[in-house]
Design a binder for this molecule. Structure first.
Ligand SMILES: [Zn+2]
Ligand SMILES: [Zn+2]
Ligand SMILES: [Zn+2]
Length: 322
């Protein structure tokens, strides 16, 4: 007969639970032990028992049928596991999913924004040493990148392509543009005909002090100073600086020269190419990063370009000192 008065003297899963008077069968104990728990006693009604987790020592209420027929899990161990995964990526688990999906939780991310996240994704990020990207921060960044180019971010692209967004130009025309192209200003407006290819551009050389290696980035942009800020995940850590820039008449010309220079380096000095694993977590780029010891060599190439060498047609070696 159940006793309404007698309660277990400790909270179980956040509440005090009544003792249920009744026999405990030996095979319940065996099943609980086999699954990492000890059987503390019956509780609430004839269907439930309280188990003690052997890992974290915390009691939890389970149905007897779950103890016998399933793999009972300790909710406290799960919470501890999720909290430590969140901490490992600089986030905090704030509570259950506001949309009620038990696979998701509400997290405060390292940037301070709150967002729903799938628990297993947070744990995978922690295991893989990745960060959790924040969709709010990401959208702010895309909007800021567009503003610099004279465009306004409107939202998702009309086409189903995750690398694109929908933007409005200063002229009022709206179109999809690839995020990467908006970032570098490589946009042709189909409304007013303004074209990046005909606007002046620059070939630049930047330096970064990454924890793994001091590196260089060679690229082109109409605004290298802005590009410098955009490529770094954490400028305080990577300490980027613009070493030099060479003006080029048009964006089209700049991209041709830049590609030819990368080809030239890959052919003549492949040892300068830095594997992406060394910079991927610090830089928002995927390639065309060189070891800093190649600075003299690459500077000589840029000197040659500035004094009229066209790397896209002629392959002469500039006077290299490396
Ligand atoms: Zn536990
Ligand atoms: Zn954020
Ligand atoms: Zn336009």
């Amino acid at each position: 007969m159940p006793s309404r008065k007698t309660m277990y003297p400790f909270p179980v899963d956040g509440a005090l639970r009544p003792v249920f008077q009744g026999a405990q069968l030996p095979h319940w104990q065996t099943a609980a032990e086999a699954k990492g728990f000890c059987l503390i006693g019956r509780a609430v009604d004839r269907l439930h028992v309280i188990l003690g987790c052997k890992t974290c020592g915390t009691p939890t209420l389970k149905r007897i049928s779950v103890v016998l027929g399933h793999n009972p899990e300790c909710p406290h161990c799960i919470r501890i596991r999720r909290e430590s995964a969140a901490a490992a990526v600089g986030a905090q688990l704030c509570g259950p999913d506001p949309d009620g999906d038990r696979h998701y939780g509400l997290y405060q991310l390292a940037c301070g924004h709150h967002d729903r996240r799938q628990h297993t994704r947070v744990e995978a990020a922690a295991d893989g040493g990745h960060k959790l990207s924040c969709s709010i921060c990401l959208q702010e960044r895309h909007a800021a990148e567009a503003e610099v180019q004279g465009w306004q971010l409107l939202g998702d692209a009309l086409r189903t392509n995750k690398s694109y967004r929908h933007y409005e130009h200063q002229c009022g025309h709206q179109q999809d543009v690839a995020i990467a192209n908006m970032r570098s200003g490589d946009i042709d407006c189909a409304g007013c005909g303004e074209s990046w290819a005909s606007k002046p551009s620059k070939i630049y050389l930047m330096t970064f002090t990454l924890p793994e290696a001091p590196v260089l980035k060679l690229g082109f942009s109409s605004n290298p100073a802005l590009r410098l800020r955009q490529v770094q995940e954490d400028p305080k850590l990577s300490k980027g600086a613009l070493l030099r820039e060479t003006s080029v008449a048009t964006g089209h010309r700049a991209i041709c020269i830049e590609k030819a220079l990368h080809m030239h380096i890959a052919t003549h000095r492949p040892d300068l190419i830095v594997p992406p694993a060394l910079f991927r977590s610090h830089m928002r780029i995927t390639s065309e990063i060189y070891h800093r010891y190649g600075k003299t060599y690459i500077s000589a190439l840029l000197d040659a370009v500035a004094s009229g060498w066209d790397p896209t047609v002629s392959p002469p070696q500039p006077q290299s000192t490396q």
